[in-house]
Design a protein around this ligand. Structure first.
Ligand SMILES: *[C@@H]1O[C@H](CO)[C@@H](O)[C@H](O)[C@H]1NC(C)=O
Ligand SMILES: *[C@@H]1O[C@H](CO)[C@@H](O)[C@H](O)[C@H]1NC(C)=O
Ligand SMILES: *[C@@H]1O[C@H](CO)[C@@H](O)[C@H](O)[C@H]1NC(C)=O
Length: 294
């Protein structure tokens, strides 16, 4: 359900009817990399095995210098060459780095994203986005306080939490996923043990637990925020172009990884920009479009 996750994310701001994607979707939902699923799928042990098998990566490299505050473009060092960031956005680059840079390696031995920490990302404030009068986060408005409170407590920008909530549930607290995932952040049952009165959809509990979980993923991934974001679309370190698009030739075309996903996330969502705006699409692969013809 990788593609579905993304569609969900933008359903509110696009012509897609969100309700379609909130139905239990069988095989599709099985592929959906829910917030909470990752905890079950990627234990720290399997993760470190994978990293080793794929030749490391700089999860434990010295953190790059964060000049985000002083510069209008992202400024991190990486093995992926220059970030290609430009102060003005285009469909394939922007202040937060170019699409090729974010997708580094996918045409060769596999995806090895630049090491970017949460604090290196240039993000908008969720409150500012909502005050802009034209927010893609309108559904999340009732929960802003909670996103901010728990974002600050767990060191995750509130707009990232809201983006995941949009993606998982279009910020509808009553959402129940295909495998019983609960609420805004689509928590799996293993995370519901402490829920007040057994109600895992309680927004306070749900967002708190989701924030804590994202924070734990960040630790597991050595602080690499691109690995964490990518994991929501099923990206894993070492993913090749062929692997990402293999599902195009199966009965589950939308189970492909969306190769524009990272770019759309950091230069779309996190900037209160609807990257699915058809008049102004962000990206260049659009590898899921082939599914519309089937
Ligand atoms: C990790 O970072 C170091 C120093 O920046 C670099 O020399 C090395 O090649 C990197 N290793 C990998 C696997 O990216
Ligand atoms: C990247 O970040 C800056 C700073 O927040 C923002 O103004 C810009 O719109 C972002 N998006 C793109 C595509 O560059
Ligand atoms: C991979 O190849 C495609 C097609 O040639 C190209 O458009 C894209 O920029 C390449 N991606 C990267 C990350 O180099």
């Amino acid at each position: 359900m990788k593609a579905f996750a993304l569609l969900l994310a933008f359903a509110i701001a696009s012509t897609v009817d969100a309700s379609v994607f909130l139905q239990p979707a069988g095989g599709l939902s099985a592929r959906h990399t829910h917030l909470a699923h990752r905890g079950l799928e990627v234990s720290p042990r399997t993760l470190s095995k994978r990293c080793k098998a794929r030749g490391g990566q700089n999860a434990s490299a010295p953190p790059p210098t964060n000049n985000a505050g002083q510069n209008s473009v992202i400024n991190v060092q990486s093995n992926c060459g220059p970030s290609g960031a430009t102060p003005q956005s285009t469909s394939t680059t922007g202040p937060n780095g170019s699409l090729d840079w974010l997708n580094c390696g996918i045409n060769d031995s596999g995806w090895q994203p630049p090491y970017i920490r949460v604090q290196d990302l240039l993000v908008k404030s969720l409150a500012d986005s909502l005050n802009s009068g034209n927010s893609v986060f309108e559904n999340c408005r009732p929960f802003v306080q909670l996103f901010e409170q728990y974002g600050s407590q767990f060191g995750v920008p509130s707009i990232m939490l809201a983006s995941f909530a949009m993606q998982e549930s279009t910020c509808n607290p009553e959402t129940i996923g295909g495998a019983g995932e609960q609420g805004l952040m689509q928590l799996t049952s293993d995370k519901c043990g402490e829920a007040p009165g057994g109600n895992c959809r309680d927004p306070d509990y749900n967002i708190m637990t989701g924030a804590k979980y994202v924070s734990s993923l960040l630790s597991q991934y050595g602080g690499s925020v691109l690995l964490v974001i990518g994991s929501y679309n099923g990206w894993v370190q070492g993913m090749t172009y062929a692997q990402a698009t293999a599902a195009a030739y199966t009965s589950c075309c939308r189970c492909q990884n969306n190769l524009d996903y990272l770019f759309q996330y950091v230069n779309g969502w996190l900037q209160n920009v609807n990257s699915y705006d058809n008049s102004h699409p962000l990206g260049k692969y659009f590898n899921l479009n082939v599914c519309n013809q089937q």
